[in-house]
Ligand binder design. Structure first.
Ligand SMILES: *Cc1c(COP(=O)(O)O)cnc(C)c1O
Length: 412
C-alpha cells in the first residue's frame, strides 16, 4: 500500500523547494551576454545581495558554483599560504571549511565546541587575547550548521573579537541561514560572508555568493592565494561577462531575480517570522515525540536550535527505516543524519519556500511513521504543533466585521 501519489514534499536541508514562480522565470530562451537586460539583472542582484547580507560598505560577488565554491572564493581572496585561521568548530560544516583551508595551504586551529553546542563567544575572546603576536589572520564560523542544526550568535562573536582588540577577519558561512534569520554584516563586524542559491534563497543549486567588507578588500590586495577564477579584482572589470569570469549562469540568474523579488515582497521580517513559527511548530512536535526516549533534540540548549533545520537523534532503531517509510509510503523526503549523526539521526528541514501545510503534513507523516513502525514516542506531537500555531497566528480580527458590513451592504 502506498499513499505517495500526490505532490512530493522535500524536507531536506538543501537543496530546498524551488517555487513554481522561480522555475517559470527560468523557462525562457537564452539571451545575449554583453549588453541588454541581463546586465541590469546582474546589477540588481549584486545590489540586492548586499541588502540580504546587511552591508552598505561591502561588495558582493556571484559565482557559478555551489557553497563549496563560495568557501574557496572567500579563503583565496584574503589569505596567503602559511597564514593561520581559527575555526569555530561547532557541528560539521565549519570543520569542513577548515579542511578546505588546510588543503590550500593555510594553517588551521580549531576551537572545538562539539556536535551539540553552539560557539561560546567567551572562549573566542580568551583565545584571541592570548594571540598577542596576532598570528591568527581570520576567524571562520558558520551561522547555522546544517548537520547539527545549531544556530550560532554571530553578533556575539563579532563583539568578542572587538573585545579582544584583535585584528582577525571574521568570515561567516550563512549558507543555511541567509533569508531564514537576521544577518547583519556591517552591524555585527563581519568581513566576509558566503552563501549559496539553494537553501533560504529558494533557487536551484549552482550559484555561490560572497560579500566582502572594507577590511577584507584591503587584505585582498596582498593575498597570496588568489587565483584567476575566484579573484575579486578580476571580477570588477568593465565588461559584463567579467563579473562571472566567463559566460553568466543566465537561467539561474533569472531564477534568483524572481526569488529575491518574492523575499522582498513578503518582507524580510515576515520571512524570518515565518521560519521561526514553522521551526517552533516542528520543535513542539519533536519535544512530544521525545517523551518516548527513542528520539531527542541534537542541540542541547533550546536557544541554540536553528530556524532552518531540526536535527533529531534516534536511539534503538535505524533512522533509515523511518526515512524510507516517510518517502516510499508517503512521499515525504526527510534529511539523513550526517557527520557524527550518520546512521543515528534524521533532519527535518523548514527552510526556504515552506508553509504551514507543508510542515504540518511533514510532521503528520513522521508521527504516522513512528506509529506504523512501532517506535516508542509521545503521542500528540502534531497536535502540539497545531496548538502552537493556532495560538501564535490568530485569525485577523477584522474578518468578521468585514463580513457583517458586506451583509449590510447586500441588504441582508
Ligand atoms: C549546504 C551547506 C554548505 C555546502 O554547500 P554546497 O552547495 O553543498 O557546496 C556549506 N555550509 C553550510 C552551512 C551548508 O548548509
Amino acid at each position: 500500500m502506498t499513499l505517495r501519489n500526490g505532490r512530493e514534499f522535500l524536507a531536506i536541508p538543501g537543496p530546498t523547494n524551488v517555487p513554481d514562480a522561480v522555475l517559470n522565470a527560468m523557462h525562457r530562451p537564452a539571451v545575449e551576454i554583453y549588453t541588454g537586460p541581463l546586465v541590469e539583472t546582474t546589477r540588481s542582484c549584486l545590489e540586492d545581495l548586499k541588502r540580504l547580507f546587511g552591508t552598505r560598505t561591502g561588495r558582493s560577488y556571484i559565482y557559478a558554483a555551489n557553497g563549496h565554491g563560495a568557501w574557496e572564493a572567500a579563503l583565496t581572496n584574503v589569505l596567503s599560504r602559511g597564514d593561520k585561521v581559527l575555526v569555530l568548530g561547532s557541528g560539521r560544516f565549519p570543520v569542513l571549511w577548515g579542511e578546505m583551508a588546510a588543503f590550500v595551504g593555510v594553517e588551521v586551529e580549531e576551537l572545538h565546541f562539539g556536535f551539540r553546542h553552539g560557539v561560546d563567544p567567551a572562549a573566542v575572546e580568551t583565545r584571541l587575547k592570548a594571540d598577542r603576536a596576532g598570528t591568527i589572520k581570520a576567524v571562520l564560523m558558520v551561522q547555522v550548521d546544517t548537520a547539527s542544526s545549531v544556530a550560532n550568535d554571530v553578533a556575539a562573536v563579532g563583539r568578542a573579537i572587538a573585545a579582544a582588540g584583535h585584528g582577525a577577519l571574521l568570515m561567516v558561512d550563512a549558507i543555511a541561514s541567509l533569508a531564514t534569520m537576521p544577518f547583519e554584516m556591517d552591524a555585527w563586524g563581519i568581513d566576509v560572508a558566503v552563501t549559496g542559491s539553494q537553501k533560504g534563497l529558494m533557487t536551484p543549486p549552482g550559484l555561490g555568493f560572497v560579500a566582502a567588507g572594507p577590511r577584507a578588500l584591503q587584505a585582498h590586495r596582498s593575498a597570496g592565494l588568489r587565483t584567476a577564477y575566484w579573484d575579486w579584482t578580476k571580477r570588477e572589470g568593465p565588461l559584463h561577462y567579467e563579473k562571472y569570469c566567463g559566460t553568466p549562469p543566465e537561467h539561474l540568474l533569472f531564477g534568483l531575480r524572481q526569488a529575491i523579488d518574492m523575499l522582498f515582497e513578503e518582507g524580510l521580517p515576515a520571512v524570518f517570522e515565518r521560519h521561526r513559527l514553522l521551526a517552533e511548530a516542528t520543535r513542539r512536535a519533536v519535544a512530544v515525540w521525545s517523551e518516548g526516549d527513542a528520539l531527542a533534540f541534537n542541540v542541547v540548549e533550546p536557544a541554540a536550535r536553528s530556524n532552518s533545520v531540526t536535527t533529531v537523534r534516534v536511539e534503538g532503531f535505524d533512522p533509515q527505516v523511518l526515512r524510507d517509510y516517510c518517502n516510499n509510503t508517503c512521499g515525504v523526503m526527510l534529511g539523513e543524519g550526517i557527520g557524527e549523526l550518520s546512521g543515528k539521526g534524521i533532519r527535518i528541514a523548514h527552510m526556504g519556500h515552506v508553509n504551514a501545510p507543508m510542515m504540518l503534513g511533514t510532521l503528520g507523516v513522521i508521527e504516522m511513521a513512528l506509529g506504523a513502525l512501532g517506535i516508542a514516542h509521545g503521542k500528540g506531537g502534531v497536535q502540539a504543533a497545531v496548538d502552537f500555531l493556532a495560538e501564535a497566528v490568530p485569525a485577523p480580527s477584522a474578518a468578521p466585521r468585514i463580513d457583517a458590513e458586506l451583509r449590510d451592504a447586500m441588504g441582508a
